[in-house]
Design a protein around this ligand. Structure first.
Ligand code: ADP
Length: 238
């Protein structure tokens, strides 16, 4: 089963190609890092995957559903964690989740059960009564990941989810999200930091609108540290 399938995806801003015939597949339950320097096209790809933008050419499938032909079914399978915090800071963690679950049409006991489930899954049940404003950065992010899982998506997109977090919180978030992939969620994790990628992660390197490398991180890095392989591929200075 394929979690995400992208075929010949092209998007231009006027004369600037943000994505040029991009093609890749991510298996269901894989953790796939999308690594690219600033300007590579990562945000544009996310905007297309979430249907904020419509492709100028090419196709996207989410958990087997064509996003263009069957957007409702495709988007129902998608969870997303944006780069900017989008929690209501004056509500508690549980209220944030309950409100979002209601937007997904969940109600009553079912809703409470799902909220409890995602709180447990992200290890934040002990924060449920705390106002979002009082959480540290790592717990805010975990709340947002929990929220993205409320409707039990098959595919989870995360756009540079560790921006602004300290090393311990970054490690915690990466561990949790790898755990979700182990449980069968397809993960696409956009980053510009090679040190967030593990040797056995799927890895797609995006640069100047094109896929430069696609495989497992340890295959792509070879004998070099991944950071060096990434700099060599993208032609950046160390
Ligand atoms: P990333 O998220 O990897 O930093 P983006 O998708 O934001 O990459 O950008 C890809 C390319 O498209 C870059 O060259 C960027 O300058 C350009 N771009 C992004 N948004 C716009 C826009 N609204 N108008 C014109 N060019 C844009």
């Amino acid at each position: 089963m394929t979690g995400i399938r992208v075929a010949d995806l092209t998007y231009r801003y006027g004369a600037i190609a943000a994505l040029d015939a991009v093609r890749f597949e991510v298996d269901q339950g894989a953790f796939c890092a999308l690594l690219g320097p600033n300007g590579a096209g990562k945000s544009t790809l996310f905007n297309l995957l979430t249907r904020l933008f419509v492709p100028q050419a090419g196709r996207i499938e989410i958990a087997g559903h064509d996003l263009q032909a069957n957007p409702r079914a495709a988007l129902a399978k998608l969870g997303i964690v944006f780069q900017q915090t989008t929690l209501d800071l004056d509500l508690t963690v549980r209220q944030n989740l309950t409100y979002f679950a209601a937007l997904h049409g969940l109600s009553g006991r079912d809703r409470a059960r799902r909220v409890d489930m995602v709180l447990e899954r992200l290890d934040i049940a002990d924060r449920a009564k705390q106002k979002a404003r009082t959480l540290n950065g790592g717990h805010k992010r975990r709340t947002e990941i929990a929220r993205a899982l409320l409707h039990d998506p098959a595919v989870l997109l995360l756009d540079e989810p560790t921006v602004g977090l300290d090393a311990a919180a970054r490690a915690g978030i990466t561990d949790h999200v790898h755990g979700l992939a182990d449980e069968g969620v397809t993960v696409l994790w956009a980053t510009h930091l090679a040190d967030e990628v593990r040797p056995d992660d799927r890895l797609i390197v995006l640069h100047q609108a094109k896929v430069l490398a696609d495989g497992y991180a340890n295959e792509i890095s070879g004998a070099k540290p991944l950071q060096q392989a990434f700099l060599d591929l993208t032609g950046a200075d160390a």
